[in-house]
Design a protein around this ligand. Structure first.
Ligand code: ACO
Length: 371
């Protein structure tokens, strides 16, 4: 049997026309549009259009799609009642996993439809925000139709119409996080869809994969690390001590990128515009110390910043508490999940790899039962 690395690195699962991750050169593009082109110009709704239908909208933000997402983000009463089954006070990420599965009623059948994809994208932020409000004894807010998808999400979480700069910063974060090739959560989703299961089941599996710190679970740990470092002067000492304890530096390293993650570069620019200058100085000092130490100790591993490092600084600066960092990543990634589910179902084959058996040889006898 042919074998590959345990982590399936360099294994090509099949074809995809969604996202090109150029790990050696630090490139990222969705359907031919470089992330550096999309982040300053596109709306999140425009990127949803691009990912789901392959082409940019004629005008951005796309009027029809924006209206459809606006309509679909309103949670019907019956669904809201169902969501109340999730007890308040659970961490938002754990709650979100249950809420997503409650969203998936039996009508969510294979193959995934565009309408289901839009429902997933539109309702995920609402059900998360409504849960967060319920957990702190606050009622859901009335919809503000003038707010776009991402600004509305922030409004629901904070209870205030966000300042334009913060809303745009979060929208740019969501554009950058909307898709990323065959990452672990998308792979999990594609496995589920390949069994001809439904989109919500795929999204629940994807969220489970996203949760771990080797994937989307790192940004709150980045914020913890910056707290622990405390001051720019302490960065080098702290990094050396952490690596001395054989710890991994959160927000550093990537399976695909062997140079700077282009999203880290763009997020740093955004952080410079909106983050607390003191926090930014600590982050920049940790970046310098971390990159230098990893380069010195593990040059062959080629470890640089990943999306989570300045992602955490940006999410903090827009006013999100750290338990919402990974759920917000998931909100952004629903666009990619919906697009990958569609692509998988259009040329489907059950994904079912093999393992090399290393257990005892067959033919063992079962212990006799006592008489
Ligand atoms: N800090 C210190 N050492 C590291 C780091 C790090 N952040 N990342 C990798 N290394 C080391 C590993 O220990 C390994 O050394 P070893 O061979 O002696 O064990 C070597 O570099 C190669 O790393 P791999 O484990 O092969 O890298 P892999 O591709 O499996 O992992 C990952 C990538 C999980 C992102 C890793 O770099 C990591 O744990 N980073 C920290 C957590 C993090 O930032 N997660 C967010 C990822 S971004 C995203 O998914 C959205």
């Amino acid at each position: 049997m042919a074998t590959s690395g345990k982590g399936l690195e360099h294994v090509v699962l099949g074809d995809s026309s969604l996202t090109l991750v150029a790990g050696e050169t630090g490139g990222l593009s969705y359907r031919g549009f470089d992330i550096g082109e999309l982040v300053p110009r596109a709306s999140y709704e425009g990127v949803v259009h691009l990912l789901l239908w392959g082409e940019p909208p004629a005008r951005d933000p796309p009027e029809r799609l924006s209206a459809e997402l606006r309509e679909r983000r309103i949670v019907p009463h019956a669904l809201a009642r169902r969501m109340e089954a999730v007890p308040p006070g659970l961490p938002p990420l754990e709650a979100m996993r249950s809420l997503l599965s409650l969203l998936g009623s039996p009508e969510w059948r294979y193959p995934p439809t565009d309408e289901q994809g839009l429902d997933l994208i539109a309702k995920t932020p609402t059900i998360l925000a409504q849960y967060v409000r319920r957990s702190s004894g606050r009622a859901p807010l009335p919809d503000r139709p003038e707010l776009g998808h991402v600004a509305h999400f922030l409004y629901q979480l904070t209870g205030e119409v966000p300042p334009a700069a913060k809303a745009r910063a979060l929208e740019q974060y969501c554009i950058m996080l909307a898709d990323h090739g065959m990452n672990a959560s998308t792979f999990a989703l594609r496995i589920v869809i390949s069994t001809q299961s439904d989109l919500i089941s795929g999204a629940v599996a994807a969220l489970g994969a996203l949760k771990g710190p080797a994937h989307g679970g790192a940004p709150s740990k980045v914020a913890d690390m910056l707290d622990a470092v405390g001051t720019p002067e302490n960065a080098e000492r702290w990094v050396e001590a952490a690596l001395g304890r054989k710890e991994r530096l959160m927000g550093f390293g990537h399976r695909a990128y062997k140079t700077e993650d282009p999203r880290a570069v763009l997020l740093k620019q955004i952080a410079k515009e909106i983050a607390d200058p003191e926090r930014l100085r600590v982050a920049e000092a940790v970046e310098r110390a971390g990159v230098a130490a990893l380069q010195r100790k593990r040059p062959e591993a080629r470890l640089f910043l990943n999306v989570e490092f300045y992602g955490a600084v940006v999410l903090e600066a827009v006013g999100l508490p750290r338990e919402l960092f990974t759920p917000t990543f998931a909100v952004a990634r629903t666009a990619g999940w919906a697009a990958h589910a569609k692509e998988q179902s259009q040329d489907n084959r059950l994904i079912r790899p093999d393992v090399r058996y290393t257990g005892p040889a067959p033919g063992r006898g079962w212990p006799a039962s006592p008489a």
